[in-house]
Design a protein around this ligand. Structure first.
Ligand SMILES: [Zn+2]
Length: 483
């Protein structure tokens, strides 16, 4: 029996005659499939035991609508490569606002629609050497605007009968495209914090935490998601984080991803219940759910891609027998399952398994950490050796941009790997080895380090946030405009 975390009622399955007798069931808390990370930002994790339908609808209107709007700029630009949403209209084209940042550091306000970047205010350049006018605006605006340009040029004494006119309705090549994120959104801070706190609350309850144990994000008496000063931004500080975050766009398979880590931080005498939230591999925060948590230690992870995953197209019957093991692996069938079967049975078995196979968006975070720590420590070693001639262009760029580190930092990464391998536990975003003071290395809380840094120098978080957002928009640009 599960209770809705907001209204506290015990939830029941939808009665079969529900649509006929809605009034009769008005006060019933009916189970519904709640998206823990909002559906509109391509969250794929759902749970039917955390929120009743009514409360789900209420929070969707009060929190999700505003929260999702913050990410429109990203979801809209990425939609053809992002996972198709579970429901909702995917084809509605919204016009986005953004900036083109020009070489000379000036910026032009633009609309982004259907892959075209058009200045909001039409503009033109007269190229005297070529007797040519370049007009920057949409084709529609150009009809009227041309006349205005001709008048202005004539007024300057230019003979317009000799000039040619070129309409440029996409200025994406004239500078770097930046899409509005926090800018222009009223009450940005409260909207983003409520959305993050709702994600953290849902994930905690889905993992068995009682709703009374979430005082920082949930006001039970007033049935509301709240925020206090419980949201802390992330900044890469540990050796591993410093080495991977700047290159995540190229080194993380399936970038961009969403990550949730629910865990207990035992660093000080008051145990904290915390959820680390990482959206689009870019927006990274800690949500403290309880400053003085009395429950058992916990560590629960969810990690997914937002890239569209497609079922591999396979014709099993026409596959030669020696390739069957590869096929089996691609649809998640292990070698053991095929042992002792006749050839005919193997074909039939794989066909059945293939028909049942559905693509998964969930990924293994431990695998990612292992892979990324190996790559990162390899890059550090290559950097130390100074020999990069065997590398490809991108690899060399990464190595050259990798910060200088001591051998201690490399061993800190190996510690991370060992812990995953020996204990199946990860420290990622929770603890790290502090090596800077050259004393005995100690395990330190990443959250406490973030709080310290945030008090000492909040500006670094701002510039890191801009940097991450810029990287994501670069990724969008690479993928959006090549269609
Ligand atoms: Zn409810």
């Amino acid at each position: 029996m599960s209770k809705c975390y907001l209204c506290g009622q015990t939830m029941v399955d939808r009665p079969v005659d529900y649509t006929l007798n809605k009034d009769k069931y008005e006060n019933l808390a009916i189970k519904h499939e709640e998206h823990i990370i909002q559906n509109a930002i391509y969250g794929r994790l759902t749970d039917s035991e955390i929120l009743c339908e009514k409360c789900g609808g209420k929070l969707s209107a009060e929190i999700d609508a505003d929260f999702n709007k913050i990410f429109h700029g990203i979801t809209e630009q990425l939609k053809h490569i992002l996972a198709s949403k579970d429901h909702g209209n995917n084809n509605f084209n919204r016009t986005l606002k953004g900036y083109i940042f020009k070489q000379d550091k000036t910026k032009i306000e633009v609309h982004i629609k259907e892959g075209k970047v058009v200045p909001i205010k039409p503009d033109y350049d007269f190229v005297a050497t070529e007797n040519k006018v370049l007009i920057y605006c949409s084709q529609k605006t150009a009809k009227h605007y041309q006349n205005k340009v001709k008048q202005e040029l004539t007024a300057k004494g230019i003979d317009i009968s000799k000039i040619s006119i070129e309409i440029i309705d996409d200025i994406s090549n004239t500078g770097e495209l930046g899409i509005f994120f926090s800018e222009g959104i009223e009450n940005f801070n409260s909207k983003i914090k409520l959305g993050l706190n709702k994600i953290a609350t849902g994930f905690a309850v889905a993992n068995g935490i009682d709703r009374t144990q979430l005082p920082c994000t949930l006001d039970i008496d007033n049935q509301k998601i709240i925020f206090t000063s419980n949201v802390v931004p992330f900044y890469p500080y540990s050796a591993l984080d410093v080495t991977i975050e700047p290159f995540r766009v190229v080194v993380e398979d399936n970038f961009p991803t969403h990550t949730l880590i629910l865990y207990t931080d035992n660093f000080s005498k008051n145990k904290k219940l915390v959820c680390y939230i990482d959206l689009f591999s870019t927006f990274q925060f800690y949500v403290i759910l309880n400053q003085d948590f009395k429950g058992e230690d916990i560590q629960k992870v969810y990690y997914q891609t937002v890239l569209k995953q497609e079922k591999p197209k396979l014709n099993i019957r026409n596959t030669r027998i020696k390739f069957l093991s590869i096929i089996a692996e691609s649809i998640g069938v292990s070698f053991d399952e095929l042992k002792g079967k006749s050839v005919e049975d193997i074909y039939t078995y794989l066909e059945t398994k293939y028909n049942q196979f559905t693509v998964s968006y969930e990924l293994d975070l431990n695998e990612y950490i292992k892979d990324i720590s190996n790559k990162a420590s390899m890059n550090l070693l290559i950097k130390k050796s100074g020999i990069t001639s065997h590398l490809g262009d991108i690899e060399r760029e990464i190595v050259e941009a990798t910060p200088e580190m001591e051998i201690d930092d490399i061993s800190a990464m190996y510690y991370e790997l060992n812990r995953i391998e020996s204990e199946g536990q990860l420290n990622y975003r929770q603890n790290f080895i502090e090596t800077t003071d050259k004393l005995e290395p100690v395990l330190y809380s990443t959250l406490y380090k973030m709080i310290e840094l945030n008090n000492a120098n909040p500006d670094i978080f701002k510039s890191y946030g801009h940097f991450k957002f810029y990287q994501l928009t670069q990724f969008i640009k690479m993928n959006e405009f090549k269609k």
